[in-house]
Write a protein that binds this ligand. Structure first.
Ligand code: ITT
Length: 197
């Protein structure tokens, strides 16, 4: 069974492949390269559905999409759904990190709680099936960036229970405990029942 993965983020594709591994060998994950819809939802779940519905409509295949981001308590949950563009269009991840570190410059370690959130939408055009599942990875923001692994905000996110950043973990370590891994845990039974005859 072929499933389209509706993302243009190569890091997400890598993590999806790493996490899925042998869990669902029946599924062949195909990268989506059609037009990108406007992500004008107001929640992760709405944006994940917008992306999955667009890929399903364009290809006629079952589709999955991930909408994710980092949510900082002291900023009222921001950047949240605006994580990819926090420092502005086209400014890239290191500008996003720098801005977030600046915004928390005066915040003491005990008030730097944050979490990553990942919502995965599954859309099956042949049956009209739609579902969104989610996963959360609690932690806190570091005061400086560390590590060269992962992507996005990983160099400034210290997962709960660890004293290294997500970017200092090996890919397999991150993929075992991340928000994306947790969302996938919820997605696997849904994919099994909605896609596999
Ligand atoms: P697609 O919409 O094409 O999937 P995107 O990168 O624009 O790609 P999002 O709109 O979901 O995806 O934005 C997610 C942003 O949140 C991402 O660009 C990172 O800045 C951040 N993010 C999400 N997951 C992350 C992770 O595992 N590690 C670090 N940062 C992450």
């Amino acid at each position: 069974m072929r499933v389209v993965l509706a993302t243009h983020n190569a890091h997400k594709v890598q993590e999806f492949q790493g996490i899925l591994g042998s869990a669902l060998p029946e599924l062949e994950i195909v990268a989506y390269d059609g037009p990108e819809p406007v992500e004008d939802g107001t929640t992760f779940a709405e944006n994940a559905l917008i992306k999955a519905r667009a890929a399903a409509a364009h290809t006629g295949l079952p589709a999955m999409a991930d909408d994710s981001g980092i949510c900082v308590d002291v900023l009222g949950g921001a950047p949240g759904i605006f994580s990819a563009l926090w420092a502005g269009h086209g400014r890239g991840s290191s500008a996003n990190l720098d801005l977030l570190l600046d915004q928390l410059a005066d915040i003491a370690p005990r008030h730097r709680a944050a979490h990553f959130d990942c919502h995965i939408a599954i859309v099956v055009p042949a049956t009209g099936f739609e579902q969104v599942v989610s996963g959360r990875w609690p932690g806190r923001l570091a005061t400086t960036a560390h590590g060269g692994g992962g992507f996005g905000y990983d160099p400034i996110f210290v997962p709960e229970g660890l004293d290294v950043t997500a970017a200092e973990l090996r890919a397999e370590e991150k993929n075992a405990i991340s928000h994306r891994a947790r969302a996938f845990e919820a997605a696997i039974p849904v994919l099994r029942t909605s896609l596999i005859p």
